[in-house]
Design a protein around this ligand. Structure first.
Ligand code: ATP
Length: 214
């Protein structure tokens, strides 16, 4: 079996330490060598991003310039149609073959509403779900159906993800990073410092591009 690879989807409007440090912690826990950041275009269940696709991509490039763990897959930004995670993962799976262990990274908040995602139950045939903790969100979803589905696939041992191509859910004990893109946008809007929340290279890009001021 080949090495575990992870894909981390998000709006990244902007990318911040909650994304980067959670993914680094997951890499340490699971033995991951590569995390591919997958910026979404027109996320169907979310308000539209403030930054353009090109700006979100540029911010990701700044953020990972010195972080070899990461690379970027910008395929969803080239589409005009909504990017459903399940269809993107189908394409990635087809490219990588059926045996490559593949994990999709999400935060705890995303797991709790996973049953609102397009064809969510099919995700387990395509990848593992590697879930990082996020402050303010409980571990149990409200939906009994989702809870049952999670417990069916749950593993306590992050290292097991290397042994299978897909089908496991791991709630990893990552540190809590109390940061969100919403808070960053609000702080920048009111002229407050964000140096503790995202890389300096991204802050400099935001400044130069005049983003999140209005
Ligand atoms: P917004 O505040 O605009 O909703 P966000 O900060 O939640 O944005 P996204 O790009 O929407 O960031 O998140 C992408 C993924 O990263 C989601 O699965 C989300 O759960 C996860 N994530 C975001 N912030 C954190 C954090 N601080 N800790 C752990 N996971 C996070």
């Amino acid at each position: 079996m080949s090495e575990l690879h992870a894909v981390f989807g998000g709006t990244f409007d902007p990318v911040h330490f909650g994304h980067l440090r959670s993914a680094e912690a997951l890499a340490r826990l699971t033995g991951l060598h590569k995390v591919t950041l997958l910026p979404n275009n027109l996320p169907p269940h979310r308000p539209q991003p403030v930054a353009s696709p090109a700006q979100r991509l540029a911010m990701l490039r700044c953020a990972i310039a010195d972080l070899p763990l990461f690379d970027i897959d910008d395929r969803e930004l080239h589409r005009d149609t909504p990017s459903w995670t399940v269809t993107t993962l189908q394409t990635i799976r087809a490219e990588r073959g059926s045996q490559q262990p593949l994990a999709f990274i999400i935060g705890q908040d995303s797991l709790l509403s996973l049953n609102k995602w397009h064809r969510w139950q099919e995700l387990m045939s395509l990848c593992h779900l590697l879930v990082c903790r996020r402050p303010g969100y409980c571990r149990q979803p409200e939906s009994a159906e989702l809870q049952h589905w999670i417990s069916k696939h749950l593993t306590d041992d992050p290292r097991r993800l290397q042994q299978y191509p897909a089908g496991l859910i791991c709630l990893a004990d990552t540190p809590y990073y109390p940061v969100s893109a919403t808070v960053i946008r609000q702080r920048l809007h009111t002229g407050q410092s964000c140096s503790d929340l995202l890389p300096l290279s991204v802050i400099n890009y935001i400044r130069q591009a005049g983003l999140y001021r209005d």
